[in-house]
Structures are given as structure tokens and as C-alpha cells.
Design a protein around this ligand. Structure first.
Ligand code: ZN
Length: 177
């Protein structure tokens, strides 16, 4: 188990386009996957991309569960590993939702982002097997957010209304209603 410090915006790795993985079984790749899962859980995140722990690979992980920031999770989803992911379809229908990010002020800021309601993503799993997933709702949002990280984009870039930006505590309090 290895919890890595989360790289913050301002560091150029967060703005870089990450490299495709050629050999999934490579020890650095396997270590990156383990570190991503450990770090995501430690930091109360529901997804984390390799550039966020300083590895510029096209890898991200997701896990939907209740966290300190997300108290009202209707949907849960066990850990998933995406290597060289490609979004092959996304719905025209979109949905607003609040997002934060471990790399944006250490998840101290949340803001409203419009994302596809559902999407299809193709990727390799941690053993190098191809898979395809159709994701809806919150999982689609997370995949879209993490996919952005592999292209140097963070959620604040996707916000259309900056006045929805709020700090962590205000966001947590707003979920209690
Ligand atoms: Zn993020």
C-alpha cells in the first residue's frame, strides 16, 4: 500500500496529455494502479487519474462509495481500472452536478459541471483485457472527469457558471437538505 501525495494544479503534469500504456504488465504500471486505488481511498475521492499521482500514463480508477464529501450516494460501484480508455459514445442529454478534484485545492472547491448523462467507454483492465462499459449518471460523470485528466483538463475548465463555485464545507452542508 502506498499513498501518494496528490499533484496540484500549477504543476505541468496536470496540464499534460498523458502517454498511452504499451505494456500493462510492466511493474511501474501495476504499481501505479495500486497506488491510485490506495490514494483515491485515502483522499476520499471517487476517481483518480495517474497524472494526479505524478505518473503521466493513460490510467484512471473509479469507485463509487460514500465519502466524507459525498454523503448521499444513491449508486455504488466497486473499484474499476481503466487503461488507455476511449469514450466511444456519449448521450446528447447532459446533467448538471457538483464536482471537486483532489488536484484542485486538494478538493476544497466544488463547482457545477454539465456532463453527458450516459456514455460508453472502452479500455483495458489491470490484466490487459479489453472491456467496454456503458455508464450512466454519477459513474458517467466520474469517467468523463477522469478522462479529462488524461488530456490535461480539470473540472474548473468545464464550468460554465463560475458563480456555482463553493468551498468544501458549503458543499457538504448543501447535501444535508
Ligand atoms: Zn479530478
Amino acid at each position: 500500500m502506498s499513498i501518494q501525495p496528490t499533484v496540484q494544479i500549477g504543476n505541468k503534469i496536470i496540464r499534460a496529455s498523458a502517454q498511452s500504456v504499451e505494456n500493462v504488465s510492466d511493474s511501474d504500471i501495476q504499481q501505479t494502479i495500486e497506488d491510485l486505488i490506495d490514494s483515491m481511498r485515502h483522499d476520499n475521492l471517487v476517481g483518480m487519474a495517474a497524472p494526479q499521482i505524478g505518473k503521466s500514463w493513460r490510467i484512471f480508477v473509479t469507485e463509487i462509495r460514500q465519502t466524507t464529501y459525498r454523503k448521499n450516494i444513491a449508486q455504488s460501484d466497486s473499484v474499476r481500472v481503466f487503461i488507455n480508455p476511449v469514450i466511444t459514445w456519449q448521450s446528447e442529454k447532459q446533467q448538471d452536478g457538483y464536482e471537486g478534484c483532489g488536484s484542485v485545492a486538494s478538493a476544497q472547491l466544488f463547482g457545477m459541471v454539465n456532463r453527458p448523462d450516459s456514455l460508453v467507454c472502452k479500455a483495458l483492465d489491470k490484466d490487459g483485457n479489453h472491456f467496454e462499459i456503458k455508464a450512466d449518471g454519477f459513474l458517467a460523470r466520474i469517467i468523463s472527469h477522469e478522462m479529462d485528466h488524461l488530456n490535461g483538463i480539470v473540472f474548473v475548465d468545464q464550468m460554465s457558471n463560475m458563480s456555482t463555485l463553493r468551498n468544501r464545507q458549503t458543499y457538504i452542508d448543501s447535501q444535508k437538505k
